[in-house]
Design a protein around this ligand. Sequence first.
Ligand code: AMP
Ligand code: ZN
Ligand code: FE
Ligand code: FE
Length: 288
Amino acid sequence: MTQAKYADLHVHTFYSDSTFSPEEVVSCAKEQGLAAIAICDHDTVDGIDPCMALGLENGVEIIPGIEMSVEKMDAEIHVLGYFIDWKQEWLRKKLKEIQDSRVERIFVMIEKLKAMGVNIDAEEVFKIAVNKGSVGRLHVAKAMLNSGAIKNLREAFGKYIGFAKPCYVPYAKLSTKDTMELILKSGGVPVIAHPDLIGNDEYISEFIDYGLRGLEVYHTDHKSHVSKKYEAMAKELGLIMTGGSDCHGMGKGRILMGTVRVTYELVERLKEEARKIKDDPSTRPMGK
Ligand code: AMP
Ligand code: ZN
Ligand code: FE
Ligand code: FE
């Protein structure tokens, strides 16, 4: 009998805000017995090639992915793109612009924190970010923790840098339309990440209008009744269901890889959809 194959479809590397190097990511996936993992770093594809090389050596399939953010007045929406053509120059150029704006925003956030009596150093933040790829709020939170200003990461986000909190500073994000176009144009399958964290399901239909293909039904922050709700919604809307742990190495306090996993059939389903999108990025599911 062949053993069932599983995949964790949401994994970060230290090219964004995980503490894990590609070596650690792949060895962790292997230890977890995962057949496949999707590398979905925030606004960067730099982790994909190194993970793929190691994945080949270690028998772990690496799915090229990305996680991008769209900002609304009252919410932050994360969008995953599976099977993107990560080597394209235009894509890397666009991502570089976003990464540069992430760097600039760190200095603004530090000024705002200073005004609230929290003193951290930009150099310290960049050091924590390993100075690679996308620097972000998890790195700022870690610097705050190291400075002794806060007791835990929850306090950093809850009091200071969480969405709409006093020291929150946006970076140059794309609109819903442009984010969806970027993912589709690079041949990727767009999926809304951890929809429960958005706090408003009404945004989902806007993404469907621009070609959304899936919902991340299973996620570390989704309790089972929440996953059930999104399972039903995905079925009703004809969206693919995906799932992943959102592993950030030790970035979120404990290693999450493999704690959320989906069957390999879902990977096949995503591959099939990616083929359709690559054939014709303007295609819409459900004949839209
Ligand atoms: P950024 O890329 O700077 O927008 O930061 C995104 C990172 O911050 C992701 O790893 C999120 O999971 C994390 N994050 C955002 N809001 C919170 C929160 N309220 N609590 C914990 N982590 C958060
Ligand atoms: Zn992250
Ligand atoms: Fe996310
Ligand atoms: Fe993530």
